[in-house]
Write a protein that binds this ligand. Structure first.
Ligand code: ADP
Ligand code: MG
Length: 265
């Protein structure tokens, strides 16, 4: 089967007035269709850079990205990007916010307007349709951001710490909702998170990045018993803690090696 995402020797050098810095180096990676992959690593190791390259927002310094076999030159309609901040427009209603991507790309039709309503309904937001973002809680706003991402029907979702600004309980609820929603649709997902338990509970596979330069250090396959549970229940599986500890130790070794102070990040 053709990979949903394939990265071939991706290297990114940022050039600023302070000089050139190697953000990520020779990353090779492929995501299979329907796979949910977690990405963890210390701050500044290049996670967001990697997502932006996959999304076609940054052209890598070298290397290529393929989405279902097609080389990415610019943002692809097959890829949806969801960020920590929801970037909802305060002057637009929830329904108008959800439609903004379709509007901007001239794809607004009767069918996808209806699909937007269907998604709002499915994610428990039907009553908020005519409200404004300021009237919603953080968790509801992230659900709106998810609907806005799904309404363009991307095959691949890039999720950059989408739950990190939420309180713990809301985050657990949204993990289950996101997992069920993406599984039901067979979407491929790449989730960046700094929460190891979230990565283990949600993913089929977890990638650990190292920094200076950003590289892929380790790949951990999540055992079947964890994958078959919802993220909430997965945390109770016997296999959960050994995997959590393995990733924890992997990240800890790196912190000691690099010795960079992250207090101000
Ligand atoms: P992460 O998401 O893992 O925290 P980033 O991808 O944001 O890491 O950043 C990786 C490295 O690249 C960091 O050292 C960061 O300072 C640098 N960087 C990110 N974006 C830019 C940019 N636009 N210009 C210059 N350097 C950047
Ligand atoms: Mg980041």
């Amino acid at each position: 089967m053709e990979a949903a995402v394939r990265l071939n020797e991706i290297t990114q050098v940022y050039v600023t007035e302070r000089g050139a810095s190697l953000a990520i180096e020779e990353i090779n990676l492929s995501l299979e269709p329907g796979e949910f992959v977690g990405l963890v690593g210390p701050s500044g190791c290049g996670k967001t850079t990697l997502l932006s390259i996959i999304a076609g927002l940054i052209r890598p310094t070298s290397g290529t990205v393929q989405i279902f076999g097609e080389t990415v030159e610019s943002p692809s309609g097959k890829v949806g990007y969801m960020l920590q901040q929801d970037y909802l427009f305060p002057w637009r209603t929830i329904y108008q916010n959800v439609l903004v991507g379709l509007e901007l790309t001239g794809q607004l039709t009767k069918a996808n307007r209806e699909y937007a309503l269907h998604l709002l309904n499915e994610l428990g937001l039907a009553d908020t349709k005519d409200q404004y973002p300021s009237q919603l809680s953080g968790g509801m706003r992230q659900r709106v951001a998810l609907v806005r991402t799904l309404v363009t029907e991307p095959d691949i979702l890039l999720l950059d710490e989408p739950f990190s600004a939420l309180d713990y309980q809301t985050k657990l609820e949204l993990e289950d909702l996101l997992s069920a929603t993406l599984k039901a649709r067979g979407k491929t997902a790449l989730l960046v998170t700094h929460d190891i338990s979230e990565a283990v509970a949600m993913s089929d596979r977890v990638l650990v990045m190292g920094r200076n330069p950003g590289i892929l250090r380790k790949e951990i396959i999540i055992p079947e018993p964890i994958r078959h549970e919802t993220p909430f229940k997965a945390r109770e599986a016997a296999e959960f803690h050994p995997i959590f500890n393995q990733i924890w130790r992997e990240l800890e070794t790196q912190e000691r090696k690099s010795g960079v102070n992250d207090a101000n990040r």
